[in-house]
Ligand binder design. Structure first.
Ligand SMILES: Nc1ncnc2c1ncn2[C@@H]1O[C@H](COP(=O)(O)OP(=O)(O)O)[C@@H](O)[C@H]1O
Ligand SMILES: O=P(O)(O)OC[C@H]1O[C@](O)(COP(=O)(O)O)[C@@H](O)[C@@H]1O
Length: 316
């Protein structure tokens, strides 16, 4: 049995429309300098990054309406192995406006509700992949009306099936998922602060918050910190790293690329952190939510610290 497929689940995928402008001015008509349409959603991006680097993956997504048809068409055109579950609600569009300095303004639609039957169909589709799954990676926001414990339930079910579960979400869904003892969570700085209910302003704050979530059930915590890199907190200890990017092009999808690289390198220790940082930095140097290919990834820019300076402040 091939135990290497990383199955991603995106309950709330998106058509990611990215528009580049010289300057975003509130209340004006602006002529874009470029525009792109990419298949999106956090689990979709993880699968896109894995496939671009020849790591076996299957993307399980919901797809509804004409926009859902377009999402499926884009994913099939990219050759993404797909588990598309047809749903009644329309697949959403998320709009990203990017300015020349890399500043991103993002407008994410909430998405449409999913019925109990549709959620069961999604779980069945993931289950159909269990024979070859090494990971189930549940990512992104929970659609309106879906119980915030949905990722927790899936985590319990798939962990019991002998598969490692990674969760990248926010708010109440993240807190509920932590209680279900996921193998790995990937909060960003804001999600980490929200989860523990206090500011996270230094490396020490990140480690303390991550350890709190580990005490509450999370296994490994991969905390992403934007330009500050990422902190890995696991049973074996704490590792921090960064990969500077001189001119960020677009940060959309950077967290998904970090997670994909970390998983691709075995999801443990400094080597996996370094790989994730290299993929994350490569994604930031690409337009829109383009995921890095091997030729985009530079490992020489990665710096790893196994004795992190806990007092170091994070970039504001
Ligand atoms: N401005 C940047 N410069 C260099 N690397 C970056 C930058 N922004 C993001 N990254 C990389 O992408 C990863 C994910 O970014 P982050 O914004 O923390 O995640 P998310 O997209 O989930 O919010 C970071 O850990 C880092 O490796
Ligand atoms: O920038 P990140 O966190 O890596 O994720 C980018 C992806 O997340 C999205 O912003 C969706 O996020 P949500 O599911 O949290 O709304 C997509 O538009 C985009 O493809």
């Amino acid at each position: 049995m091939n135990q290497h497929v990383i199955v991603t689940l995106t309950l709330n995928p998106s058509l990611d429309r990215t528009i580049e402008v010289d300057r975003l001015v509130h209340g004006t008509v602006i002529r874009a300098t470029s525009a792109r349409l990419d298949p999106g959603g956090k689990g979709v991006n993880v699968s896109r990054a894995l496939l671009a680097n020849d790591v076996p993956t299957v993307a399980v997504v919901t797809a509804g309406g004409a926009d859902g048809d377009q999402l499926v068409h884009l994913l099939e055109a990219d050759g993404i192995p797909l588990g598309a579950v047809r749903v009644a609600g329309r697949t959403r569009s998320n709009i990203t406006v990017v300015e020349p300095d890399g500043v991103v303004t993002k407008l994410n639609e909430p998405g449409e509700p999913l019925s109990r039957e549709e959620l069961d169909a999604v779980a069945d589709r993931v289950l159909a992949e269990m024979g070859s799954a090494s990971w189930v990676v549940t990512c992104g926001s929970v659609p309106p009306g879906v119980p915030t414990g949905i990722y927790a339930r899936m985590c319990e079910f798939f962990t019991a099936a002998g598969v490692r579960v990674a969760v990248d979400t926010s708010g109440p869904a993240l807190l509920a998922a932590v209680e279900a003892r996921p193998f790995l969570i990937k909060p960003n700085r804001e999600e980490l602060a929200e989860a523990v209910g206090r500011p996270v302003d230094s490396v020490g704050d990140v480690v303390e918050a991550a350890e709190e979530l580990r005490d509450r059930g999370a296994g490994t915590v991969l905390a992403s910190l934007g330009a500050d890199g990422a902190v890995l907190v696991e049973e074996e200890g704490v590792t921090i790293g960064e990969a500077p990017v001189a001119v960020p092009r677009s940060t959309v999808g950077a967290g998904d690329a970090l997670l994909a690289g970390f998983l691709a390198a075995g999801a443990r220790g400094a080597p996996a952190l370094a790989e994730g940082l290299a993929w994350g930095a490569a994604a930031v140097g690409l337009p829109a939510s383009r995921m890095p290919r091997p030729e985009d990834i530079r490992r020489d820019i990665v710096r790893i610290h196994t004795r992190p300076d806990l007092g170091r402040s994070l970039i504001a």
